[in-house]
Design a protein around this ligand. Sequence first.
Ligand SMILES: C[S@@+](CC[C@H](N)C(=O)[O-])C[C@H]1O[C@@H](n2cnc3c(N)ncnc32)[C@H](O)[C@@H]1O
Ligand SMILES: [Zn+2]
Length: 397
Amino acid sequence: MICKRHYSIKILVADELAGLFAPERRTGTMNVREGGVEVVVPEQDGDSITDDVFFNPVQELNRDLTVAVLRTYRDREPRAESYLDAMAASGIRGVRAAENGWNVTCADIDPDAVDLCRENFERNDLPGDVVHRNANALMHESVFDIVDIDPFGTPIPFADAAFANTRDLVCVTATDTAPLCGAHFHSGVRKYSAVPRNTDYHAEVGVRILLSALARTAARYDTGVTPILTHATSHYVRTYLELDHRATDANDAVDELGHIYHCEDCLHREYEHGLIANPPETCPACGGNCVLTAGPVWLGATHDAEFVAEVRDNVTEDMGRAKRANKLLDSLSGELHEPTHYDQHRLCKEWTRSASGMDEFLERLRDAGHEASRAHYGGTTFKTPASVEEIRIATET
Ligand SMILES: C[S@@+](CC[C@H](N)C(=O)[O-])C[C@H]1O[C@@H](n2cnc3c(N)ncnc32)[C@H](O)[C@@H]1O
Ligand SMILES: [Zn+2]
């Protein structure tokens, strides 16, 4: 069957590259200040920064949020003290964690990275264990309270080792958004053992495909995951998964998995829990036969609103991306736990109607008795349990 609509991934240009580098320099390297630390990183051409660079200034938001999460997590689990930066590169994340009182181990498979990482701990006069080790081997032989997986591309090759041994929290970055979102369909199927679909809410499909694969991996070790904070930013997904180590916890996580049935004709979507898909043959809303199935995806909550609000309290002014972090956390803490979001502009295009201001649009929905919230996926995105038709009627002027 050939469906008429095709979606393309919107690649956003990385912003806020300016003003990052401190003036002191030596040949081939540059000094970077983040939070309260200063590290040396290899010099690189700002124009050619991709997801594969050794030091990525665009990930400062990710690192600021990591520090805020680590500060918050200390109150949630006072016993936790060890943090593994499993793919450390320059060690900037680990150095920042050490500055915040964590007992840090940094690992990297690249010997030059290990040297630089050691230098960066010394430079900041902070304690840290820096090891030249394959992260998988290290995670299998040692136990850490918190493990941070920040690879180039997919984190899946590191997921087994991380869930096999970590005590409390696994933090994961995935930069392979095209496979996750279904734009590179076969790669997504291979990496995540799930069917991703490139819909108008593709970034959220990516989030839920990633969480599904991580939950299934953890379940193999009788470990249940609870996502306490997850965000999709222009070119990566980041999630923080709290762990519980009973088989019943793993069963509970597996119970959060299911499928999304999405109509490409009218944008109607339905959700069904369970590992076996049972899609409708035709769209229950418009009768069309372009229903796509995505899954198994994580259908549960992707964040804990209370935790997110506490993280916001731990974003401090010395963070270079404090403003963006606060905006993101504000949006996340109010976000409803619906498995997909809508984009007002996309719907209005469908209805050949002009768009209105988001506050006004959401107010109309609420006035009609539907729950509604903004979503962090974009300025015109929102969540509601209302159907496409209910949204159309409620927001008609
Ligand atoms: C994206 S960079 C990490 C960036 C760093 N965490 C930061 O915040 O700036 C990925 C790093 O993973 C390292 N790496 C790749 N495979 C690895 C493995 N199997 N074990 C340990 N490190 C690995 C690479 O050498 C590279 O330095
Ligand atoms: Zn339909």
